[in-house]
Ligand binder design. Structure first.
Ligand code: SF4
Ligand code: SF4
Length: 258
């Protein structure tokens, strides 16, 4: 192997599976405590937004206005939603306190995963600059699978996986949509869930789709159910999947009866 190839090999991030045991412990005793909560790009998923806005007891519109930056992607229907750092406070996350994350139970997926990155093939690597995270030099060890459960990652992975079933086909189909109303509707359904609930219950929506009473009750009260429903609605409307059933208009019923 030539020298460049050896260097490349040395610098290649180690890929770990869920059985891998790694050294890590993050607690107020580490010298870098809360340092990773400043000047960081945290991309929020729709489920992150649900958890955060509920933890803050504000609605999704207020949350998006106050705490996010929305970066449109030129060739993509779904923009990137990023948590806004506090420019007046050394770019610290607005939710960090001296004792750590004030929204710890509801912190975003990427905060739960730090200092690991998930690779496309489902393996894990450490973040680029390991030296910044002193927790990785502690003697305590963790098995990745146990650590993920401890961090509350599985429910995030489950919902994010459903989200990928929306984003991946949209990317693959490369839909040529230039109607801003469609962008707005898709964004509302994914990220502005309280507005989407109003849309479902205060428009003619329920007159158009067959929904069981039990489903309607769940959508009224449960944000996660509503979010999953919004995925189905986008798959129905944009991807042509049979995720919803359209009601038969009354005239058609009469014609059929006659
Ligand atoms: S949400 Fe919590 S864990 Fe994530 S950066 Fe902010 S303070 Fe840190
Ligand atoms: S950099 Fe690592 S050890 Fe330090 S606070 Fe963040 S996760 Fe914990």
């Amino acid at each position: 192997m030539d020298r460049t190839a050896t260097d490349r090999e040395k610098n290649r991030p180690v890929r770990m599976d869920t059985n891998h045991v790694f050294q890590f412990n993050c607690s107020p005793g580490v010298p870098c405590f809360t340092q990773c909560c400043r000047d960081v790009t945290i991309v929020l998923t729709p489920y992150d937004v649900v958890r955060l806005k509920n933890a803050l007891k504000i609605n999704s519109e207020e949350f998006l206005d106050r705490h996010t930056i929305i970066l449109p992607k030129e060739t993509r229907l779904i923009p990137m939603v990023v948590l806004k750092m506090n420019e007046d406070d050394n770019k610290r996350c607005p939710f960090v306190s001296e004792r750590g994350c004030s929204l710890y139970e509801d912190r975003p997926w990427s905060c739960r995963m730090f200092p690991l990155d998930m690779n496309d093939d489902g393996t894990f690597s450490f973040v680029d600059d390991k030296s910044r995270c002193k927790g990785l030099f502690r003697k305590e060890t963790q098995r990745i699978s146990d650590w993920l459960v401890e961090q509350g990652v599985p429910i995030y992975d489950e919902v994010n996986d459903l989200f990928t079933h929306v984003t991946a086909p949209l990317r693959a189909q490369d839909l040529d949509i230039d109607n801003p109303k469609i962008y707005q509707m898709v964004f509302m359904a994914l990220y502005n869930l309280d507005k989407f609930r109003k849309f479902v219950f205060e428009s003619s929506f329920l007159d158009r789709f067959v929904l069981e009473d039990i489903t309607i009750e769940k959508l009224k009260r449960n944000d996660l159910e509503l979010l999953k429903f919004s995925f189905d609605w986008i798959k129905f409307g944009l991807l042509g999947q049979k995720t919803l059933v359209v009601k038969t208009p009354p005239e058609a019923d009469n014609e059929n009866a006659g």
